[in-house]
Design a protein around this ligand. Structure first.
Ligand code: AMP
Ligand code: GLY
Length: 426
């Protein structure tokens, strides 16, 4: 089979590595890919968001299966465009990707079908939004841009004035462009967060091992929100009781709701959950694998990834084996100094080979320049180790990450510490 992987992050590197293990894979194209994927994929210089060029490439190169995992192309309808040309895909159609593409849509869906989530109100008029915040909201209150905003469109506001100013920035000053034209104002929830990725073909849903992201840039959950600075799996807060309840009250009802709305979801559905004192509630849905959740989940997958992906497209997931190891995994992200705001690129990276001896080194913001791997983004690498215990996985991941160096690099030093404490308490 010829496979096309759309995207260039650590998530796509991890997916490509796993897909390459399937003996029927003859060639993997990565568009646009990164410096790490270059060693076993053919890189294609097409932007992940260029639906027309990507589809034309897939058709002219006889691609059998396209794996679309970044949010933008999914929300732009890349899967629909590929399917229209007879190319099978992993990933939801545009109308199902709405579950991530519009927070207003996701909230309305949950309200209509009784799926537990934070109480909210949605607005497309700033004056009405301001009035609601003044008269009805209690602080802290959460203000969210409706559309895709690179994870930055969520503001937790300690005061009403801050919430109003956040809403004004989105609705009147177009801080997030079209994405902020509508906003969701929602109740602040408390509790540990859990990420659960699940394969689904629309009828059957198979959750993968749970994980925990670390979104803030600095140790102790300080600093700005980022795309994710590290992950561990499994997440100790996701007990078998919570998992059973999430399946019953959230996962299966979401699947049925999407079917009833004529938006059958096929691909990977990501549930961002908060484990509140009233049980698990949905913080967000993503229409795709998470990054860097994928970098801890896939190394623990024992069954074949491509087989599971093909089954989501064919509707045969119920007959497909999806198995995970009982080991633990930790991924530490190495970022460019200044990320997530402003950073330089083009620095050579050393220690990749030594680090790779004890860990998976997933590339994200790297490229091959003159035969050398150099930095080309904010999150540069994700270093993942697995071991029978979380403590060992963390130690192995850090031992490997410490071998890597480039100018101004930084990482968090406490990935997994909160999970370790939770394990000790349990
Ligand atoms: P999102 O992009 O929707 O995942 O939001 C980013 C982060 O903001 C989440 O991972 C949570 O930590 C936080 N967050 C979002 N919504 C809420 C909420 N209703 N209550 C508390 N924290 C929230
Ligand atoms: N790590 C969160 C996400 O992929 O959106």
């Amino acid at each position: 089979m010829k496979i096309l992987i759309v995207g260039s992050g650590g998530r796509e590197h991890a997916i490509a590595e796993k897909i390459a293990m399937n003996p029927s894979v003859e060639k993997i194209y990565a568009a646009p890919g990164n410096g790490g994927m270059a060693s076993f994929c053919e890189l294609v210089p097409i932007a992940a968001t260029d639906v027309g060029a990507m589809t034309a490439f897939a058709k002219s190169h006889g691609v059998d299966f396209a794996v679309v995992t970044p949010d933008d192309p999914l929300c732009l309808g890349m899967v629909d465009a590929m399917n229209a040309e007879g190319i099978a895909c992993f990933g939801p159609e545009q109308k199902a990707a709405m579950i991530e593409g519009s927070k207003v849509f996701a909230k309305e869906l949950m309200r209509k079908y009784g799926i537990p989530t934070a109480r909210y109100a949605a607005f497309d008029d700033f004056a009405a939004c301001e009035k609601y915040i003044r008269e009805e909201a209690s602080c802290p209150v959460v203000v969210k841009a409706d559309g895709l905003a690179l994870g930055k469109g969520v503001l937790i506001c300690p005061t009403k004035e801050m919430a109003i100013s956040a809403a004004r920035g989105m609705m009147r000053e177009a801080r997030f462009g079209d994405a902020g034209r509508r906003v969701v104002v929602e109740e602040f929830l408390e509790g540990p967060e859990v990420s659960v990725l699940a394969f689904t073909d629309g009828d059957t849903l198979i959750p993968m091992v749970s994980s925990m992201d670390h979104k803030r840039a600095l140790d102790g959950d300080e600093g700005l929100n980022t795309g994710g600075m590290g992950t561990v799996a499994p997440n100790p807060y996701y007990t078998p009781e919570v998992a059973a309840r999430a399946m019953r009250e959230i996962f299966l009802p979401t699947l049925a709701a999407m079917r009833s709305e004529g938006r059958t979801f096929r691909g990977c559905l990501y549930f961002g959950l908060m484990i509140t004192k009233d049980g698990p509630k949905v913080i967000e849905y993503n229409c795709r694998f998470g990054d860097p959740e994928t970098q801890v989940v896939l190394p623990l997958m024992e069954s074949d990834l491509l087989t599971a992906m093909l089954a989501t497209a064919k509707g045969t997931l119920a007959q497909t084996e999806v198995k995970f190891s009982t080991d633990c995994a930790c991924c530490v992200v190495i970022a460019s100094g200044g990320y997530p705001v402003k950073y330089d690129k083009g620095f050579p990276i050393s220690g990749l080979e030594a680090a790779g001896e004890g860990a998976h080194v997933y590339h994200a913001g790297t490229k091959l320049a003159g035969g050398k791997i150099v930095t080309s983004g904010g999150r540069v690498l994700g270093v993942t180790a697995t071991a029978p215990s979380l403590r060992e996985a963390i130690a192995k991941a850090y031992a490997a990450a410490e071998k890597i160096h480039f100018e101004n690099c930084f990482m968090r030093h406490d990935i997994g510490q909160r999970a370790l404490k939770a394990e000790e308490k349990a």
